[in-house]
Design a protein around this ligand. Sequence first.
Ligand SMILES: C[S@@+](CC[C@H](N)C(=O)[O-])C[C@H]1O[C@@H](n2cnc3c(N)ncnc32)[C@H](O)[C@@H]1O
Length: 407
Amino acid sequence: MNTLDRNKFVLHVDDEVLILKTYREIFENSGFQVDSFVDPVGALDAIKDSPEKYSLVVSDYNMAPMNGIDFFKELKAHNYFGIKYRAIISGEVGAGYFNSLCRKYFDLSSEELILFSKTDIRGLTSFLERISYQYPIGNEGLKEFYRLEKQALMKGYRPEEDFILEDCLFEDGQNILDAGCGSGVVCRMLALLNAKKSINIHGIEISKGTAELAQKRIEGIEAFSNIEFQNANLEEIPHPDSFFDVIICRYVYEHMARPQKITDELFRVLKPGGILIVVDTNGLLINIRSAYYPELDNYQYKLQERGIPNFDFFINDNLPAYLNEAGFEVDNCMSFRDLPILFNDDESRLIEKTRLREVFENAQGVLAPVFGGDKELGQYVDLVNSVLDDSRTKFKYDKRVWKIRKS
Ligand SMILES: C[S@@+](CC[C@H](N)C(=O)[O-])C[C@H]1O[C@@H](n2cnc3c(N)ncnc32)[C@H](O)[C@@H]1O
């Protein structure tokens, strides 16, 4: 399944037919399919009938017999039927009374409801772009599982290279979380390093297939009997407050759709005095540079200018703000080290080519418009492959390891 098409259905309700028509075009241009309703009651019925169909509900504010806020209050009473995103469009957005009315019923900071002014078409389209490109969960299953296992063997990605050993030695009774654990390589390393300790290692992974395979991989192995994998979203961690002594989050931040929401959750489930360790790299595709291929730079600048939704190429620059906002005392508690990864051996080259091919396939819908079309994207991919095939090319990622204690 192509993730870019996954659940890209929007339900739109507005009592003006002309507006419905205009927005249909906007949604369709962003790759969404649309069900349009002039009547909010009919829209509610459609949602109740098949909530799993929609990933986004968009409503006008001024409607009869029910305005947009009452419409979303009704949905909220049913936990939004599990629909992930909700937006209200109104000419009143920005007016104090309207915003405070929305704030009264919905948590705007966590995007429970997103407000768009009628004139902010650009804001709406960039939002649609953001939510329509997610980490390629559609790749889940064996393919993604083995990609992660293989990546963990590659120089620069080996978990044992990322951490300071003392940070991975725990005490009896401690609960450890590997947030966004993928195939479970970090969990397994931690279990082996603490073989004589009685600790509990929890891996949380949003991809159901990957979480199941991670669990299967350790089945019947005594050394890994203290690991438990769980399929869940880090935006809603299924553990009580202050549950974990240590949280590790490796190569996940760069993929997060809502990093602040997840950082808040990590803060919530970490004990006071507990430690959060984040490992991530600045730059992905964008760091493939070669003095021998200056024409590549023009493409990279285009990517840089646009920013690719949900791939934060500058996560290491942005992370302190998320941590600060969540309540971590960044200034006092942080220690970090930089680990630039440099490699140019044949095996790494092959793994990198395979990884990039998958990225290009998954992100085609997002990347093609950046370069001006499918043909131009094809030219870019060919160029990247030539650069990768050239033995003079070196790869360099700027990896950083963050360690922060919750006061
Ligand atoms: C690049 S992989 C890294 C996996 C693992 N941490 C490692 O070091 O091998 C990123 C993982 O984060 C998971 N992920 C992304 N967003 C997530 C979320 N909101 N909740 C839980 N897992 C998430 C992805 O499904 C993927 O398996």
